[in-house]
Design a protein around this ligand. Sequence first.
Ligand SMILES: Cc1cc2nc3c(=O)[nH]c(=O)nc-3n(C[C@H](O)[C@H](O)[C@H](O)COP(=O)(O)OP(=O)(O)OC[C@H]3O[C@@H](n4cnc5c(N)ncnc54)[C@H](O)[C@@H]3O)c2cc1C
Ligand code: FES
Length: 641
Amino acid sequence: MSAGNAAVDAAATASPATTHRLVKEVETAVVISGSLRGYARASRGLSGGFNDFDRRICPLCLTLASSEKRTSPQPQIFRSSGLFRGYASWTTALARASSRFRNIPRRAEFETHGPRSQRPKSVDPASLCRLGENAMNVSGEATRSFWMLDTSFPSAPRLEQDEHCDVAVIGAGIAGVSIAYELALAGRKVVLVDRGPLLGGMTSRTTAHLAPICDDGLSALVKMRGEALARGFQESQQAAVDCIEQHVGRLEIDCDFRRLDGFLFPAAWMDEREAARECNKEYAAAAKIGVEVEHGKGVPLKGHESAPILRYPNQATFHPLKYLRALLADFQKRGGKVFADSAVVEIEEGKQVRLKCDGGSTIIASNAVFATNSPINTWVKIHSKMAPYRTYAMAFDIERGILPDALYWDMDDPYYYVRLNPGPGGTDRIIAGGRDHKSGEADDGEARFTALEAWIRALVPDLGRERARWSGQVLDTIDYCGFIGRSPGNGNVFIATGDSGQGMTHGALAGLLIRDLIVEGSNPWEAVYAPDRTPPAAFAQYVNENLTTVKNLAGYLLPGEIKSADDLKPGEGGILQDGLSKFAVCRDRDGRLHRHSASCTHLGCIVHWNSTEQCWDCPCHGSQFSPDGAVLNGPAIRPLA
Ligand SMILES: Cc1cc2nc3c(=O)[nH]c(=O)nc-3n(C[C@H](O)[C@H](O)[C@H](O)COP(=O)(O)OP(=O)(O)OC[C@H]3O[C@@H](n4cnc5c(N)ncnc54)[C@H](O)[C@@H]3O)c2cc1C
Ligand code: FES
């Protein structure tokens, strides 16, 4: 009998105090031994060469690197990972033993929804979304964006039969729709599939600045990628905006697309000298890589009327859902097939890619493109090179003419941003955003909305009434550019992800780049976005972002956040310790109690309750889950257990 089994037996027969001590000892031993193993491998990885770091340094990659190519991705996690396999089996066994002595209700006593497979098969995605229930993407989160108020999600059937095609595109946000559309224009037979309502992902939560200028700053971009690649980034982002403009013109899409100026103005805390220094730095970087920019004085925002600013001409903006609805309609006219409410749950790569959906049907394709915002076909390689941030936005009425139609960004980090949208009569809407934080590291959405409103009212004192408030998530990469291209190690599988606050332009660009890679075999900008790149200059960022995972896993050793589910009021959630296991427990706004394992089904980090969006956020790589455990956002594929 192993020492572990002896401990389980002892725990099952001992007093509660002894059980608790045994449980803690075994838990600590498992985690420490796993960490030491990870540390040893990390050291080997580091000495093996920096260029390999995405396969070797991440404490999770250490055990998983060899299993990146797989058929059924996340369900195998515990079979592949030494640390988690041991941890999972010990915690399950010991929790079972120790819960005999505790006064905490077991899973069966909590109300849970039926499994997804038992839900009705044919549902109108738009109606799901309106209900805000069962939506299998972030349209199911609690807030409604400004765009959702006047535009519904297009409906599409669920995938009920097998499909054969040239290209399968997974994910119908701006990236997936743009990719599917460009490939259809190039004569390819394309199937587009989404796990929830079409366009109901982060695309429905955007603020839709079509700004080619790198949102981390051009000086940072040039320093990180060098002049040639930075120039390629800017050219390609500009080409993406041009492409959107061409589609709007050709299809005569009524989506408020317009060209306008972008203004970079000082952060509230900056004095004039500091602001001028920042302007000079950004101006010099722009000049180096051929970006059009002008020094200027003042924007019509209170307190900044004579501040040093930069003006970037030829930016753009639009209504994202109106634009994408029109693209989808033309895609279908050209023979493209679209399916909603059909999650891809298994991936088999080979000469043909086979994608199994949750209803049991399979898509068999010569090429597959994962445009799922966060890729679901790779476990670690890509996810360890980007980090999830939650960002907040609000829309208000504003009398037309008070603020010139332009894009405004301040110099803060993270930055605030402002744009206008045409409204009825003499009233427009102003949309302000910012107050970002790393996902899962704060649950103070209401305070952030209050601060955002105070910020915009200080700049525009004549603001009217509020129309919408919402939040969403962006994925920041370690070197400021997205990952768009061939999935590492695969010839016929592609990804589009890591688009930071520039997902609109990255998504449209993915359409051009991936079309070229599939149709022509190459694209002039592929090196800028190559998913397998590991720029040495990004090493510090890499380590910094991945500390989140290490910190989070250490959280398994900490006590739970709540003592009992009875403490939860409607809309509240928290982590409950039950024996060795941690449970994500919440009471939804209708008063129903839900209890699931707190381990994210991607790589096992502990999820955090988000009371603003009424969902569980995973701080490690950005998965999100509804109160009933369903996946709202990847990279997770499976619901919380
Ligand atoms: C508040 C906010 C403001 C922003 N402002 C801007 C801005 O001003 N300018 C800008 O350029 N960008 C902005 N962004 C970023 C931008 O909105 C996003 O990066 C972009 O919309 C992402 O598009 P996407 O197509 O990659 O992902 P999504 O729109 O999330 O689409 C991915 C789709 O994949 C589906 N999917 C996931 N898993 C599966 C599966 N297993 N099977 C089938 N389907 C699946 C999802 O349901 C989803 O519909 C902002 C983001 C936020 C949150
Ligand atoms: S562990 Fe990767 S998203 Fe949760």
